[in-house]
Design a protein around this ligand. Structure first.
Ligand SMILES: C[S@@+](CC[C@H](N)C(=O)[O-])C[C@H]1O[C@@H](n2cnc3c(N)ncnc32)[C@H](O)[C@@H]1O
Length: 267
């Protein structure tokens, strides 16, 4: 069965892709400095091997749909995820007319941006970031929340995670969204982080959120806010109780997922 290689590049990396694949591509400009080419290959397995080679060399690439039957599923998985009125999160090879296109290729890290627990915090960041905020993203995975914060106007964002493989993707995603100078991604636990942040977000299992409650609250600036996500309806009251210093708003909800947004109680 024939196959396809879908690859994204910028003005500099287009040539590297062509050298690696040994042939010129028919490039389509999706948005400023984002080009995509689809290479047809004779065999689906050859396509997969080429995708792996491209990805090893740092180029965002994916195997295209091998036949019409699988094309619908492929296109559904490769749609932009809308965030607020003006933004989308999508893979680098996906077309979008949105004003703010946040390109995320998670690699082996978690976070394409389309999971409801991520979307709840993305929506919050899109509506609440006014500009000039500092952001701490705990359990950053692909860096999607930290990167989106800066694209929405935050002055800087730090993402931390205990999974080093995801952090490689986070740094690459920051570069491709041109926010590398305003973001930092560290393999570290929350206890090693100091300072106060205007926004602290964490999309992690509720038991982990509860275990890090005091450290999360300690990092929230006096007039800052905290966003917790990845929570099922049955976990909400136990999670709220672990954060007695925070006044939470009504939970945000998407499908069966919830997020809690809150601010420090005035002492
Ligand atoms: C559900 S993913 C969220 C990724 C991304 N923030 C998003 O919203 O799409 C949770 C992430 O938390 C990380 N994680 C789990 N326990 C952690 C801990 N104790 N400290 C820091 N990161 C942690 C995992 O490695 C994973 O990348």
């Amino acid at each position: 069965m024939t196959g396809q290689v879908v690859v994204a590049a910028d003005a500099f990396s287009r040539e590297d892709v062509e050298v690696l694949l040994g042939m010129a591509g028919e490039w389509k400009l999706l948005r400023p400095n984002r080009w995509v080419a689809i290479y047809e290959v004779d065999d689906e397995n050859i396509g997969r091997a080429l995708v792996a080679e491209l990805r090893n060399a740092g180029h965002p690439a994916v195997a295209g749909p091998p036949d019409e039957a699988r094309a619908v599923g492929w296109h559904n998985r490769n749609q932009p995820t809308p965030v607020g009125e003006r933004a989308v999160v999508c893979f680098p090879w996906v077309e979008s007319e949105a004003e703010i296109v946040i390109e995320i290729d998670p690699g082996v890290g978690f976070g394409t941006g389309d999971h409801p627990s991520t979307r709840l915090l993305l929506e919050e960041l899109a509506s609440a970031i006014r500009g000039d905020e500092s952001v701490l993203d705990v359990g950053c995975g692909s860096g999607v929340l930290a990167i989106a914060s800066v694209r929405f106007g935050a002055v800087c964002a730090i993402g931390i995670d205990i999974n080093g493989a995801g952090l490689v993707a986070a740094k690459a995603n920051a570069r491709r969204n041109r926010v590398a100078d305003q973001t930092e991604f560290l393999r570290t636990g929350l206890k090693e982080i100091s300072g106060k942040y205007d926004v602290v977000v964490a999309n992690i299992h509720d038991d982990i959120l509860r275990s890090m409650a005091d450290d999360l609250v300690a990092r929230v600036a006096a007039d800052g806010w905290l966003g917790l996500s990845g929570v099922s309806p049955g976990q909400l009251s136990r999670l709220r109780a672990a954060f007695p210093q925070i006044i939470f708003e009504e939970p945000r909800r998407m499908d069966d997922w919830n997020a809690l947004i809150g601010r420090r109680k005035i002492e």
